[in-house]
Design a protein around this ligand. Structure first.
Ligand code: BGC
Length: 761
């Protein structure tokens, strides 16, 4: 710090006279500091703070001479993103604090989405753990590692509700439910930001993508969104609101339109809802080139859309060069006001102040930390444990799992021996060489007690183009041998095995951004392999890798044992072995409904009843809401997941059958572990409002608890019901409860519930 001070120009030294509080930010001091700083800034420098260019032309050694370096020196850059490594970041930060006129530090962001070098499972998988302490811990570890490598701002959490698994970015979110999604949003924000953003091991969260990105029509990425405000407020907004109220420092706009206006230029969204209604006071950054994309949306030229974005409440322009290129002109022409530019600039300076960057712009740049704090044994243990909690056991009919550590095990399938496909989408800081493939992990686990063999068996797709589309960033696993040759090899290996682990499904880049699919089944090439393996009559464990819901009717009909493992992060392979061989008992439950057919999409458990509901258990009834060719039910319902043990739910009871608005009820249920393994269970509470001024969902998740039960043990789980749990947005968008009858349901998933009634007076 002393060294830094000595290098500072007199003005900056004067500015430093206001020390930044280490614990909580003193708003008066912050305002004084920023008032003083802004009084020295030119218009160009203020607009410079709103500019977030791409780091493309910055590499170590070249940073000083690049075009971007020139802009940084001129004060035309507010921050950079996805620049990796303390040395590179330090070099660039030095340009800003030593060579720009006002020495204003840059903010360094990155897509640290599910961990840094220690990669946790993809967010969709994490959401299937329903373990809020572990979710928060994953964000804490990510913050610790990213900040040790120079990052102080992460573009996470993504809290977009998704009801359409065709959309590849479902993998980045928390599934279909607003209650679970809100709980995760809070846990992630707190995990990243901790209690003190200025500490050098916390990072600022950026909640994305505001708003409704998960409702892209037909599941096609970047597509149009159109929905009623009633639906926005009841289903899609709650996780964003929860994250805002948890104090997230920044929000990112989404690419889609909301009510016909792109989110980035939507004043109702960014100002009326986010700031005024929810009282949020952070800064808004656009998604990548989202300002410029408004031209393609038909909103006008770059100057017009930049003014639209700023006036709507967007503060920072990611990559589009719209603000830096046009706002001066727009000010001259009266299309934006100086006050609006000042306000955006202030919000970004406030974020830098809260991060402690004015106190010490190098506070996140300690090379010693990077060596000590990244990919540590403790962090890896956390990631491995959470991965085991995220896997969902869909079927275990023959009680094949857990396997015994003995005999001959064959790992077969295109996902069986690939390191790069374990972490999943958005793992920008991953170090693939350090991770294990499933085959490697299993060899280690069974070393000395069993033999493990491997064959690839098939490509992911027969069609090379399809396979290339799903592996654009160098994680391809294409094999040039013929399908017959690969299958022959696999059958020879399988014939000598006692048990077959079929590692099939998607590659990691078949989900994530711009990875929409119209067909959600396991590709034909792999189905042929599965059919051949099954013909051997040996026990087969189908291990499905995926970043979304897979349509698995055929697999469900033909295989007794199915474990869904998503993309489990850097420790995925060990975690899968832990579960397969009983060192961990699966406990994950689906955070979305798994459809039987793409034709059922959008399919979600918290739907309305309609005026012509299908009778429960029926398939087709004329003049009822249904399909001719398939029933309405999901293949596996929301909240579903098996364990190696079994649980019974007994004696569901309510403390009273009436409550008033200020009162409370307690629902209790005795849950017993009736099987042979100590295990965790996720106990779920659903509520249905029987009569309302608007039609109400058939059930909504309103509570859950993850409990550990030893075999034979019983625990009583209590859920408190207060007015908050009964509220909803009515047709005037007022958040209200309405008196009348409610049903309360408790169970191990959204389908298999026990029901009681109570009345709100
Ligand atoms: C994605 C964002 C991401 C941003 C920056 C965009 O393409 O939509 O989720 O944070 O790029 O990398």
């Amino acid at each position: 710090m002393m060294k830094f001070k000595r290098m500072m120009a007199p003005l900056a030294l004067a500015l430093m006279a206001w020390p930044v509080a280490a614990q909580t930010v003193d708003n008066t001091k912050m305002n004084q500091y920023i008032d003083r700083l802004m009084s020295q800034m030119t218009l160009k420098e203020k607009i410079g703070q709103l500019n977030l260019p791409v780091t493309g032309d910055i590499v170590t050694g070249e940073a000083k001479s690049s075009d971007l370096a020139g802009k940084i020196r001129k004060g035309e850059v507010g921050g950079l993103f996805n620049l990796k490594g303390v040395d590179k970041i330090r070099e660039v930060q030095k340009l800003a604090v030593e060579q720009s006129r006002l020495h204003i530090p840059l903010i360094f962001g990155m897509d640290v989405i599910h961990g840094y070098e220690t990669v946790f499972p993809i967010p969709l998988a994490i959401s299937c753990s329903w373990d809020m302490a572990a979710v928060e811990r994953s964000a804490r570890v990510a913050a610790q590692e990213a900040s040790a490598d120079g990052i102080c701002w992460t573009f996470s959490p993504m809290v977009d509700i998704a009801r359409d698994p065709r959309w590849g970015r479902m993998s980045e979110g928390n599934g279909e439910d607003p209650y679970l999604g809100s709980a995760i949003a809070r846990a992630m924000v707190h995990g990243y930001q901790g209690d003190d953003l200025a500490l050098n091991n916390t990072v600022m969260a950026c909640v994305k993508h505001f708003a409704l990105y998960g409702a892209a029509e037909a599941g096609r990425d970047y597509n149009t969104v159109d929905m009623s405000r009633w639906r926005m407020f009841n289903y899609y907004f709650p996780p964003y609101e929860a994250a805002a109220k948890a104090g997230a420092g920044s929000f990112m706009t989404s690419f889609n339109v909301v009510d016909g206006i792109p989110a980035t230029g939507n004043k109702w969204l960014l100002t009326d809802v986010l700031r005024k209604l929810w009282g949020w006071d952070g800064f808004v950054v656009t998604d990548y080139t989202a300002i410029a994309e408004m031209t393609a949306h038909g909103m006008g030229d770059l100057q017009t859309v930049s003014a639209l974005a700023l006036n709507a409440g967007t503060d920072m322009d990611m990559v589009a060069d719209g603000f830096i290129g046009t706002l001066e002109k727009s000010l001259r022409e009266g299309k934006v006001s100086e006050q609006t530019i000042n306000q955006a600039c202030r919000r970004i300076l406030e974020a830098k102040y809260k991060l402690g960057l004015f106190d010490d712009p190098y506070r996140y740049l300690n090379a010693k930390r990077a060596k000590k704090e990244i990919y540590t044994a403790a962090n890896r243990a956390d990631a491995r444990r959470l991965a085991t909690e995220s896997f969902v056991l869909l079927k275990n009919d023959a009680r094949l799992l857990p396997l015994k550590k003995q005999g001959r095990v064959a790992v077969i399938g295109p996902l069986g021996h690939t390191r790069a496909n374990m972490p999943g989408t958005w793992s920008v800081a991953a170090a693939f060489d350090k991770y294990k493939s499933l085959y490697e992990a299993m060899q280690q686990k069974l070393s000395g007690v069993a033999t493990v063999t491997y064959a690839k068996g098939s490509n992911v797709f027969d069609d090379t183009q399809l396979e290339a589309n799903g592996s654009m960033f160098g994680r391809e696993i294409r094999d040039n041998r013929s399908a017959e040759e690969m299958l022959d090899e696999a059958m020879n290996v399988a014939r000598h095995a006692d048990v077959i682990i079929a590692a099939v499904g998607e590659t990691s880049e078949m989900s994530g951004e711009c990875s929409s699919r119209s067909d959600l089944t396991i590709p034909e090439a792999q189905k042929r392999l599965l059919t051949a393996l099954k013909s051997l009559g040996k026990p087969v464990v189908l291990v499905n890798f995926s970043g979304r819901a897979t349509v698995m009717n055929w697999e469900t009909a033909h295989f007794s044992t199915i474990l869904n493992v998503w993309f489990g992060g850097s420790e995925a392979a060990d975690a899968i072995c832990d579960v397969l061989f009983g060192d961990a008992v699966p406990s994950g439950k689906l955070s979305f409904s798994m459809p039987k057919s793409v034709g059922q999409i959008p399919l979600f458990y918290n739907h309305l009843n309609t005026g012509r509901p299908l009778e429960q258990g029926k398939w087709f009834q004329k003049f009822r809401s249904n399909y001719l060719d398939i029933d309405n039910e999901p293949l596996y319902p929301f909240g579903y997941g098996l364990s190696y043990t079994t649980f019974s739910y007994d004696h569901l009871r309510l403390s009273a059958n009436k409550m008033d608005r200020r009162g409370k009820l307690v629902a209790s249920v005795d849950v017993t572990n009736t099987g042979e393994y100590d295990a965790d269970e996720i106990v779920q509470l659903y509520i249905r409002d029987m009569v309302g001024s608007v039609s109400r969902p058939v059930k909504e998740l309103k509570g859950f608890e993850r409990i550990h039960l030893q075999k034979g043990e019983t625990k009583t789980v209590h859920f408190t019901i207060d007015e908050e749990k009964l509220k909803f947005y009515n047709s005037d968008l007022q958040y209200v409860s309405e008196p009348g009858e409610f049903q309360l349901m408790v169970g191990p998933n959204s389908r298999d519930v026990q029901t009681l009634s109570f009345v709100l007076e």
